[in-house]
Design a binder for this molecule. Sequence first.
Ligand code: PBG
Length: 327
Amino acid sequence: MHYLNRRPRRNRKSAGIRDLVQETTLQVSDFILPLFLQEGVSQKVAVKSMPGIYRYSLDTLMEELKEITDLGIKAIDLFPNYPESKKDRFATESSQEDTFYLKAITAIKEKFPDLVIMTDVAMDPYSSDGHDGIVENGHIVNDATLDILAKMSVAQAKAGADILGPSDMMDGRVGFIRNALDNSGFQDVSIMSYTAKYASAFYGPFRDALESAPKFGDKKTYQMDFANSQEALLEAELDFAEGADMLMVKPALAYLDIIKLLNENFNIPIAAYNVSGEYAMVKAAEQNGWLDGQKAMMEILMSIRRAGAKCILTYFAKEAAVILNNK
Ligand code: PBG
């Protein structure tokens, strides 16, 4: 007989006890589902590098939203896919009141008033250069870009967005956008800043979905170096001071330490973006029979919560909601 007064296994001996001592929870209301929108009717175009994910026209998106809200998902993040013909150097289309993206926000809000709509503030889907800022002589110009982001933000707020997601990583944009929103009477529109957004290979499938890859170079002069974490604290201090309501870390899985770091240092909610490449990796392995995709998905989502994220932007939201609803 061995005498052991501490036997951690006792707390794992049955499903009931395991549930009692579980430290982290995962709920459907933690999810924000990113969705891709394009112009037209009856469109539902598969995104090749993201099995199970589609680009919708507004009519098919409305049907999808019925399913999504029936599953208990309370928030979406909408991204537009624009044809080359609508793009220019200044992302002019982004603040045209009659552009399909803004009209869709209004229509969705009307039909699903309780659904939280988050939007993306960045030039890249509308930019002929495929960058998040204005390009001059091969350089991304910071301050001139802020005016465009502010205009885009006010247009999205006017259309009915609840939360704006500046994803461009220009310096000073949170404060600039906050100011523009407040001056236009949109004090109640929230900002979830892409605070620590890294220059990552994991955005590849997303750029396929939106056909928004940069036409030259990379995004390393504005997105963060993945070797850095001190810098994430600096970005967070600035976003906090500039008035961000929530701070986001992106990607999520290779950056769990950054999620934890921000959560320990800031008393506003931390969000994490479980990005397209993270989704694609699991799907590819699942399709090859190399791992159990659903189990890997739940483990990944729980790990992001365990690291300290309050909410998770994830393409897995629907699949995970089905599992959570049947528990
Ligand atoms: C664009 C933007 C990107 C993502 C969200 N907003 C891509 C990029 O910065 O190139 C990536 C999302 C994903 O990969 O799922 N500003």
